[in-house]
Ligand binder design. Structure first.
Ligand SMILES: [Zn+2]
Ligand SMILES: [Zn+2]
Ligand SMILES: [Zn+2]
Length: 164
């Protein structure tokens, strides 16, 4: 019984711990790349770390940062996001004309693809890459870039659709 009474509290602690670990990993990578860990970079990372399972518009991130640090320029914010992207701390994609970012799914194996739910925008990491399949169809060609993304409705959204 005690376990059940405490379970909510326990979950919250777990979440906070996981979030701290996420940020620790990122701070470690910043240090390795010889970047100074400024208050701004730390809050930017903390803010972005809540978007591990969905994308957020870069303009929303910019608004948040400008709110927290009114002296910070758009340029600095966009440059920081770009640096995070280059270090593999965040993933970026275009949603039409708008640039969106999300926190990196997995720091250890960088190359992967996503399933994106068109209903709730949840992002699921896919660990296999179809590149090899197409390389076989183009013998002698050099493929320099590829984008692959699956769109559809996630299990939870399908359940909700059935219920309604
Ligand atoms: Zn990812
Ligand atoms: Zn969904
Ligand atoms: Zn791939």
């Amino acid at each position: 019984m005690v376990f059940f009474l405490k379970s909510n509290h326990y979950c919250l602690e777990m979440e906070i711990k996981l979030l701290t670990e996420l940020i620790d990993d990122a701070l470690h990578i910043l240090k390795e790349n010889k970047y100074k860990i400024t208050k701004q970079r730390k809050s930017l990372l903390t803010y972005l770390s809540q978007y591990e399972e969905s994308y957020v518009d870069v303009t929303v991130v910019d608004d948040y940062m400008r709110n927290q640090y009114p002296g910070m320029s758009h340029n600095t914010i966009y440059r920081n996001i770009k640096e995070f992207k280059e270090m593999g701390l965040v993933e970026q994609r275009m949603n039409g004309e708008r640039a969106c970012v999300k926190y990196q799914c997995d720091f250890s194996h960088k190359h992967h693809h996503h399933f994106i739910c068109t209903s709730c925008s949840k992002v699921v990491e896919l660990d296999s890459c179809p590149l090899g399949y197409f390389e076989n169809q183009l013998p002698g060609y050099k493929i320099e870039e590829h984008k692959f993304e699956l769109h559809g409705i996630c299990d939870e959204c399908q359940e909700k659709l059935v219920k309604n």
